[in-house]
Write a protein that binds this ligand. Structure first.
Ligand SMILES: [Zn+2]
Length: 276
């Protein structure tokens, strides 16, 4: 029987890895940086809610970069770490609450709010494609100090609860950056183009794979400049801002996925000095 080693997770000193890690924000839709020490002479495999998690090695131990779902429960969560055949560790960490604002939106095209049967079926097919895309987990170690893909204000656009034409809808699992139609969109980090498509709600989309379950999505594009399988480097143009899909105007919708959870992209950008 495998030995269960219970370790106590502790918070990372924020200054230590500020250049390479997202900010520690253990809230629903945030990122928990969970530090643990080596318990065996092998590389650890970490899982959260049964999905593999990005783990970065550093002197003296490891940091798991855990993406928390927007509907995460407040309280103690567990990171499960396996050390080859040499036992397991359970590392508890705390998720604290965060209140997200409610946003009322008016979509002029009511057929994009009350979907026809054909549009609904199209949306379901697209959701199945997205589920497959999000399962991607490639080997390269991702760089996590992201470039902002287009310039513009973005504060607190992630996580908003949405009322669209008076009807409650899914909360917003990405960042919205308003920008003029045709503004170039830059890759925030090196990666590979995972998928491109034209979706009912998201319009023209590009998914990038940065490695180890770190994926990014760009939606509502006017033009897509890349093809699946293509390598992109940090700063390279992947398409242009548009208003395709269900939108109120031209903007970039940007989502960042960690272990299949869309987390707040703001945590990967340099901290702004602007008032919240
Ligand atoms: Zn959006």
């Amino acid at each position: 029987m495998r030995t269960l080693i219970l370790l106590i997770g502790f918070l990372l000193t924020p200054s230590l890895f500020a250049e390479t890690l997202p900010r520690h924000a253990p809230v629903p839709g945030g990122v928990a940086l969970v530090e643990f020490r080596a318990a065996a002479d092998v590389e650890p495999l970490a899982r959260y809610q049964d999905r593999p998690v990005l783990v970065l090695a550093h002197e003296g131990g490891y940091t798991a970069v855990v993406g928390l779902p927007l509907d995460a429960a407040i309280g103690t969560h567990d990171l499960e770490v396996a050390w080859g055949g040499n036992g397991r560790s359970t590392i508890p960490f705390e998720v604290t609450s965060k209140e997200y604002a409610t946003q009322h939106l008016t979509i002029k095209d009511q057929s994009k709010v009350d979907l026809s049967q054909a549009d609904l079926e199209r949306h379901w097919r697209e959701q199945a494609v997205v589920r497959d895309v999000l399962k991607t987990r490639s080997e390269p170690l991702p760089a996590l100090d992201f470039l902002q893909p287009v310039p513009g204000p973005y504060a607190n656009t992630y996580g908003k609860r949405r009322i669209i034409n008076g009807q409650p809808r899914n909360p917003h699992r990405g960042m919205d950056i308003p920008a003029a139609q045709g503004t170039p969109i830059r890759a925030p980090a090196d990666g590979v183009v995972l998928h491109t498509g034209d979706f009912f709600f998201s319009g023209n989309v590009v998914y990038l794979d940065h490695g180890q379950g770190v994926l990014t999505l760009y939606a509502h594009l006017a033009r897509i400049d890349v093809e699946p399988g293509q390598r992109v480097v940090r700063g390279e143009t992947i398409g242009t801002v548009g208003a395709s899909g269900r939108v109120t105007g031209p903007h970039l919708h940007w989502s960042v996925y960690l272990n299949r959870n869309a987390v707040d992209p703001e945590l990967f950008l340099p901290e702004t000095t602007a008032a919240p």
